[in-house]
Design a protein around this ligand. Sequence first.
Ligand SMILES: Cc1cc2nc3c(=O)[nH]c(=O)nc-3n(C[C@H](O)[C@H](O)[C@H](O)COP(=O)(O)OP(=O)(O)OC[C@H]3O[C@@H](n4cnc5c(N)ncnc54)[C@H](O)[C@@H]3O)c2cc1C
Length: 286
Amino acid sequence: MHRGRAVLNRFALPAGEAVALDRLEAFLNRAAPYGADRDRPDIDATSGLSEHLALGEISPRTLWAIADLRAEADPRQAPGIAKFLSEVIWREFAWHLLIDYPAMPRAAWRADWQDFPWQGASGALTRWERGQTGIALVDAGLREMRVTGRMHNRVRMVVASWLTKHLLTDWRLGLAHFDDSLTDWDPAANAMNWQWVAGCGPDAAPYFRIFNPAKQAEQVDPQGRYRRRWLAGYSGDPGPEALAYLDSCPPGWAIPAHWRGDGADKAIADGRARALDALERFRAAA
Ligand SMILES: Cc1cc2nc3c(=O)[nH]c(=O)nc-3n(C[C@H](O)[C@H](O)[C@H](O)COP(=O)(O)OP(=O)(O)OC[C@H]3O[C@@H](n4cnc5c(N)ncnc54)[C@H](O)[C@@H]3O)c2cc1C
């Protein structure tokens, strides 16, 4: 990581079982708005427990027992806690899938998708990995992951959709970048979610569901706080997170100090049309 290592250290979260239990406790005290706010990357609405779960610092059973008791004792927090537990079930579902289908990180779950003509490695993939696509929410998410090892769930969906739909790039290349980058990396959750977004997983998003990153940004980051936090030059003076990303990049990447999003609307519209065309042709030929 060279310079990146010192940057990562600044954003690393404390680890261990005691910290995981404290984090759960703190979350249960503020769980009420979870259902309404969990898709907002500009708000600290989710539990932040995925690293602890992925590393085995808290077990889902312990978490479940504590949260369940709290929901009974504190009716104000109960709806948020119920929604939170329904998300934890996705994690368990992913592990059940991986046990049944160990090839899930490598092969499409749905046999009819095995031959989809995905694009391989390319300059577009490299720009995506580096948070240089010119699409604000996509770049903000990838920069957040580079610096912290974390990325908000909704933003993960948007960056994965951009890679697999707008850029028609093989979901396994995106999955590999997440494998390398996430501190909450979980082989089951990562593979299930990549396949879901790409459209080839069980119960996957339909092929015509293509996230529009500009509309998503309006909905989930209405004041632009999240994008401002991660993109130097997006608006106003850059804050410490946006500068940390620049510090973490090797000079050879020549990342401009000011993020630019010229032509984003056209790229979004063209990519969507290209993806729909490719996906429809593939379905027609199947
Ligand atoms: C493309 C993509 C890749 C992902 N890769 C990973 C991964 O490698 N590791 C990982 O833990 N999660 C992964 N997720 C799921 C999700 O983004 C994270 O679990 C979540 O962002 C963690 O934040 P949190 O702990 O604050 O979540 P909360 O909203 O507080 O949710 C509580 C817990 O439920 C589980 N959970 C929530 N959503 C999901 C989901 N969609 N799938 C599986 N479990 C879920 C997690 O264990 C999480 O800690 C991925 C999602 C996408 C779209």
